[in-house]
Design a protein around this ligand. Structure first.
Ligand SMILES: [Zn+2]
Length: 212
């Protein structure tokens, strides 16, 4: 859509003397949905009151929103393969995430064996899987924030940094954020959760962007 004037307040958004710019379509939808408005667009001037009003109301639910997001964020699919052939999607951007954590095991062979096969193996494994999960969550949040709903062609790398007993484990992940255009490609339960993740992320974003 192309406007000369802000469809909501009428400020000029084109031309040499205009200081107003239209906000993104995503944000426009967000304002219309939650305030029950119908404007086709808003500029940076008239949208700020609406966004503040929304941020204020969402701020009271911030903890609930964050807890709910933690529970359902894993419904954003992460595939190690390319997208299935029947998916229609837009490619958004490449994503990367990394976490570093101390594993506390040494590289000495005997100690390593003890660690991997002995009593402490569970701790090490848990640290590795925690670090992996953190990376996945990070990728998912980045993906949703840029308007995506799935990550494809994901690659994971494990690296040891340092030596001796101060070893750290670094987990790196890279993938491609996509927006699957037809939500019917997901089963109905998953697509409900994915839409909820997107909505919660928009709300948390609105709170974060609110001027203090
Ligand atoms: Zn306006």
């Amino acid at each position: 859509m192309n406007f000369d004037k802000c469809p909501n307040c009428g400020k000029a958004v084109k031309g040499f003397f205009s200081t107003a710019t239209l906000i993104s379509e995503n944000k426009t939808e967000f304002i219309n949905k939650h305030l029950d408005l119908k404007s086709q667009g808003y500029c940076n001037f008239c949208s700020s009151d609406y966004l503040n009003q929304l941020a204020k109301s969402f701020r009271q639910q911030k903890n609930d929103l964050e807890n709910r997001l933690k529970q359902i964020i894993h419904y954003i699919p992460i595939l190690s393969s390319p997208a299935p052939n029947d998916w229609k999607y837009d490619i958004l951007d490449m994503l990367t995430a990394q976490t570093t954590s101390g594993t506390g095991f040494t590289t000495e062979l005997s100690r390593s064996f003890n660690d991997f096969f002995g009593g402490t193996s569970n701790t090490t494994n848990k640290k590795i899987s925690d670090a992996t999960n953190l990376c996945k969550t990070d990728l998912r949040i980045q993906c949703v924030k840029m308007g995506g709903n799935a990550i494809i062609s994901t690659d994971i790398d494990f690296n040891e940094i340092g030596s001796g007993s101060t070893n750290m484990l670094m987990v790196c992940m890279a993938g491609t954020a996509i927006k699957v255009l037809d939500m019917n490609m997901f089963n109905s339960k998953n697509s409900d959760y994915i839409l909820e993740v997107v909505e919660i992320t928009e709300k948390i974003d609105a709170i974060a962007e609110m001027p203090k």
